[in-house]
Structures are given as structure tokens and as C-alpha cells.
Design a binder for this molecule. Structure first.
Ligand SMILES: NC(=O)C1=CN([C@@H]2O[C@H](COP(=O)(O)OP(=O)(O)OC[C@H]3O[C@@H](n4cnc5c(N)ncnc54)[C@H](OP(=O)(O)O)[C@@H]3O)[C@@H](O)[C@H]2O)C=CC1
Ligand SMILES: CC(C)(CO)C(=O)C(=O)O
Length: 309
């Protein structure tokens, strides 16, 4: 049995909270150029990961810790599913970092801020991809681009040093809203119809895809989305086309009986619509449907944990 790493006296330059698909893909690449701590949900999970886990077809070993034993780190990247954000952010705050960066989907910055008072927090966007299979193997599924908010230049430097395409953008808000639009349009429909992203571009799904984009656009535009309506449609179609063979993450979550990220995506859109005095009835219907479908498939473990889909 491998023994847990002894927390070093000097903080780790970087830690990743979330030993899942994206967290371990990032950690694998980052570990080639520097020390990275990986924080798993529990000591038991950390112990299991110390035996090694296959990432991209190769058995990898990480400096992995349970959340209760998390070491100090200069910078922390949060890569848990959105329903676990607050717990992960509390762990991050205890690591005494210079800053906490989320690269999750949905909008979670308010949750991070609430859990990390006085710390520099921010949410960026990544189009890196990865998935976990039924045997707990991680498959990186395509390199993308990672955009970070101002204040996280040091993290961008570490990412670039490890071979990522990454940069800080002056205004991250429109970038996050464009990603939210994509996820609010594609993910719930893929989960409901159980189709690949590409299939959403054809009948009978296309009409609903376009209805979700048309409803979300004025809300997101009122909050700072920089795309005009035609470009917003084109953006979502382009992502569906570029990821045509993919099963969207919400579909994967439903099929695996895991909680979905519907509240951090469509649920956040509701708050934004309310604030702007706008209606999003199709999104409300889709939200109810995803909740119902996901609830019915929730695994016993997640049901016991009291997590909501
Ligand atoms: N995968 C992808 O291609 C992309 C994912 N994203 C976003 O990145 C985020 C992570 O996604 P992904 O990696 O796919 O998700 P996964 O479900 O594969 O991984 C999340 C990991 O976080 C762990 N976790 C949960 N709570 C905690 C906690 N409190 N402390 C430490 N670890 C915890 C989970 O543990 P356990 O297994 O025990 O639940 C799991 O291993 C999501 O918001 C997703 O939308 C964004 C772009 C692309
Ligand atoms: C871009 C897209 C839709 C790719 O599948 C995604 O972000 C997801 O599945 O969560």
C-alpha cells in the first residue's frame, strides 16, 4: 500500500480540488513541470488514488490528499461538480492560498466568494475535455483553451508552462456568459433526449435548441453577453458541431445516476431572468424535466447523500 505524501513545509505552488475527469487530466499535465497537490473528497478516496489511476491509458500517481488533510498551496483550482462547490471552496480556503480559481461549468463565483471571504476568487472557462469511464479510468478527450480572470496571471503562467493554451482576459464576464449560453442550450436537451451534441442540430431537437437560445439570449445580453443574437445562435451551433460525437456532461451524469449541474446552469439563468424582469418559460419546463428524469435515476449513494440532481 502506498503511504500518503507528507505535507511539505513549503506550500504547493498549485493544488487541484476534485480528483475527477478534468481534475486528473489537468494534474497529469501540470505534474510534468511542477509540484501539484490533488485533493480528493475523502481520505478513503485519496488512499485508493495513491495506488494509481489510469489517465489517458497510463497508470499515474499523484500527491493526493483527502479534503481533511489538504496541504497549504499558493493557488487552488476547483474542479468538482457544481453541487459540491461550497464544500470544495471551504477546503480551498483552509489551504491558505493566494487565490482560488474555478474552471467549472455554470456560474459559481458567488458560492466561492461566500465560502472564501477575504480571498481572491474567480471563475474562468475551459474547453479542455475529459471523461471517466465505468472502470474509473480517465480519458482526456481533446485539448482546448483556458481563459482566466484578471488576478490569476500566475496560474496562467503555470498552465502555459505545462503546455496548456491559457491566458488571462481583461473581462471574463462575457466569456463566462457565452459558455453559460452553450451549456444552457445543449446540456439539458442532450440529457433529456439522450442524444449526442451533434444530433441536436437536426429535427426534431433543433427547434427546441433554437428556442432555448432565443430565450436565453436577451437575458444574457442584459447581463453582459457580448454576442448579438445571430452570433449567439451561430456560437451554440458551432459548439454542437465541433463536439458532434460527444455525450454532453449532463447526459453522462444522468446515465451514471449522478446529480446534474442543472441548477448552476439553467437555475442561474432563472435568477438572471428575474433580475432583468424577463421570462424564460422553455428553460423552466426543461429544468423541471431534467430534475424529474435525473431524480428518477439518482444512484442510491447519491440519494443517501441527500444531493439534489
Ligand atoms: N469533463 C469535462 O470535459 C469538462 C468539465 N467541466 C466542468 O468541470 C467540473 C468538473 O467536471 P468533471 O471533472 O467532469 O467531474 P467529475 O465528476 O469527473 O469529477 C469531480 C470530482 O470532484 C470530486 N469531489 C466532489 N466533492 C469534492 C470535495 N468536496 N472535495 C474534493 N473533491 C470532491 C468528486 O469525487 P466523487 O467521485 O467522490 O464524487 C469527483 O472525483 C464540472 O463543473 C464540469 O462541468 C468543464 C469543461 C469540460
Ligand atoms: C461544450 C459541452 C456541451 C461539450 O459537451 C460541455 O461543456 C458539456 O458537455 O458540459
Amino acid at each position: 500500500m502506498n503511504t500518503p505524501p507528507t505535507p511539505p513545509s513549503a506550500p504547493y505552488p498549485l493544488a487541484i480540488i476534485g480528483a475527477g475527469a478534468l481534475g486528473l487530466s489537468f494534474a497529469t499535465r501540470l505534474a510534468r513541470t511542477g509540484r501539484v497537490a490533488v485533493i480528493a473528497r475523502s481520505a478513503e478516496r485519496a488512499q485508493a488514488l495513491l495506488q494509481g489511476i489510469e489517465v489517458g491509458g497510463t497508470l499515474r500517481h499523484f500527491d493526493v490528499f483527502g479534503a481533511d488533510q489538504a496541504p497549504q498551496a499558493d493557488w487552488v483550482i476547483v474542479l468538482v461538480k457544481t453541487g459540491d462547490t461550497t464544500e470544495a471552496a471551504l477546503t480551498a480556503a483552509a489551504m491558505a492560498p493566494k487565490g482560488v480559481l474555478s474552471l467549472q461549468n455554470g456560474l459559481v463565483e458567488d458560492l466561492l466568494r461566500a465560502a472564501c471571504p477575504g480571498l481572491s476568487v474567480g471563475q474562468g472557462v475551459t474547453t479542455e475535455g475529459a471523461y471517466r469511464d465505468d472502470s474509473d479510468r480517465v480519458h482526456p478527450s481533446g485539448a482546448g483553451e483556458t481563459l482566466l480572470p484578471a488576478g490569476f496571471e500566475a496560474v496562467a503562467e503555470l498552465l502555459v508552462g505545462a503546455g496548456f493554451t491559457a491566458r488571462v482576459v481583461a473581462d471574463i464576464v462575457p466569456v463566462r456568459l457565452a459558455k453559460l449560453l452553450v451549456n444552457a442550450a445543449i446540456n439539458p436537451l442532450a440529457a433529456l433526449f439522450r442524444v449526442t451534441n451533434g444530433e441536436l442540430l437536426s429535427a426534431p431537437h433543433r427547434v427546441l435548441l433554437d428556442a432555448l437560445i432565443a430565450e436565453a439570449w436577451p437575458v444574457l445580453h442584459a447581463h453582459g453577453l457580448a454576442l448579438d443574437e445571430a452570433t449567439a445562435h451561430a456560437r451554440v451551433h458551432a459548439v454542437a458541431s465541433a463536439t458532434a460525437a460527444n455525450r454532453a456532461s449532463m447526459l453522462q451524469d444522468v446515465l451514471a445516476g449522478r446529480p446534474t449541474e442543472i441548477d448552476a446552469i439553467t437555475g442561474v439563468l432563472f435568477s438572471m431572468a428575474d433580475a432583468a424582469g424577463m421570462e424564460v418559460p422553455t428553460h423552466r419546463a426543461v429544468h423541471t424535466l431534467v430534475r424529474t428524469v435525473a431524480d428518477a435515476r439518482l444512484s442510491p449513494a447519491h440519494r443517501r447523500a441527500g444531493l439534489r440532481p
